[in-house]
Design a protein around this ligand. Structure first.
Ligand SMILES: Nc1ncnc2c1ncn2[C@@H]1O[C@H](COP(=O)(O)OP(=O)(O)O)[C@@H](O)[C@H]1O
Ligand SMILES: [Mg+2]
Length: 260
């Protein structure tokens, strides 16, 4: 099992959207995929139409080792796609992770027992630099960094790269691959990208070259209502005949399938 997480240290950057579309395309292609909702805001759990019942174990109980990892895994409405859900109680795990001394490796350890059951594990990270975020990065073989094409997005990119390089170089908690920066809500008018999107994507290239010594900016996700419609209708972008919009998702999926 390869574990790939969607990281970006601000809200509204496209983390959950990328997780959902990437995981659904992998599952659609026949791979077994485990989704992990590691954000207490639990948008991924909601997008999948999953309701957490009071007695049902979630990621909280899995991380605290109150249940076996398998007991926190649920089927979704999609073939090949499974979920460890969360709800806002997940915030209660922060102290547990901080107190354990090896909190950055907790999720990695919990996932080890189910690694044989899935081809891929795709994790949705929280928007803050929290203990949960650290354990998500620590569990990852690879990271995807969605960034809104806005000034807020550029700030998120810098904070995110700062955290990843710190975990890699100082704490040795991450030695995986950075799949790339995915510009999110890239705005076009007709056949032209807006000048604002153009300059923000150019800045993303400069920032990622500065931090990572290579320009890792991937094809962008266009601003479009079709993504929300696809989520609401439970369809893939291909099923909605939106092949152009699906292209950036396909590129990420190919990179994930290329992981060694
Ligand atoms: N291509 C798109 N264009 C415009 N809005 C989108 C697009 N895809 C998703 N959205 C919406 O943008 C919002 C933020 O995306 P989300 O993935 O939830 O970000 P994050 O998980 O980083 O907070 C969501 O309300 C989502 O429905
Ligand atoms: Mg989210």
């Amino acid at each position: 099992m390869h574990t790939v997480s969607s990281i970006s240290l601000a809200g509204g950057q496209g983390k959950t959207t990328v997780v959902l579309f990437v995981a659904r395309l992998l599952a659609f292609q026949g791979h077994t995929v485990l989704l992990v909702d590691a954000d207490p805001q639990s948008s991924l759990t909601t997008f999948l139409g999953h309701t957490v019942e009071p007695d049902n174990p979630t990621l909280l109980e899995v991380l605290k080792k109150q249940v076996n990892t398998e007991d926190g895994i649920y089927k979704t409405q999609y073939d090949n796609l499974f979920l460890i859900p969360s709800d806002d109680a997940l915030d209660n795990v922060q102290d547990y992770l901080a107190g354990s001394g090896t909190g950055a490796f907790t999720l990695k350890k919990r996932l080890a027992s189910v690694a044989k059951l899935f081809d891929y594990c795709i994790v949705d990270a929280p928007p803050q630099r929290s203990q949960i975020c650290l354990t998500v990065i620590g569990a990852s073989d690879a990271l995807m960094i969605p960034i809104e094409t806005s000034v807020k997005g550029l700030q998120s990119l810098i904070r995110t790269l700062e955290l990843i390089t710190e975990l890699r170089d100082d704490q040795e908690a991450f030695n995986g691959e950075i799949l790339g920066v995915i510009p999110f809500r890239d705005r076009w008018v007709g056949l032209r990208r807006t000048t604002e999107s153009e300059s923000n994507i150019e800045s993303m290239k400069q920032i990622s070259t500065q931090w990572l010594e290579s320009d890792l900016v991937l094809p962008s996700i266009r601003e479009s209502e079709k993504f929300k419609q696809a989520i609401n209708k439970g369809l893939t972008l291909h099923q909605m005949h939106q092949d152009d919009l699906a292209y950036p998702i396909e590129v990420i999926v190919e990179k994930i399938k290329g992981l060694k």
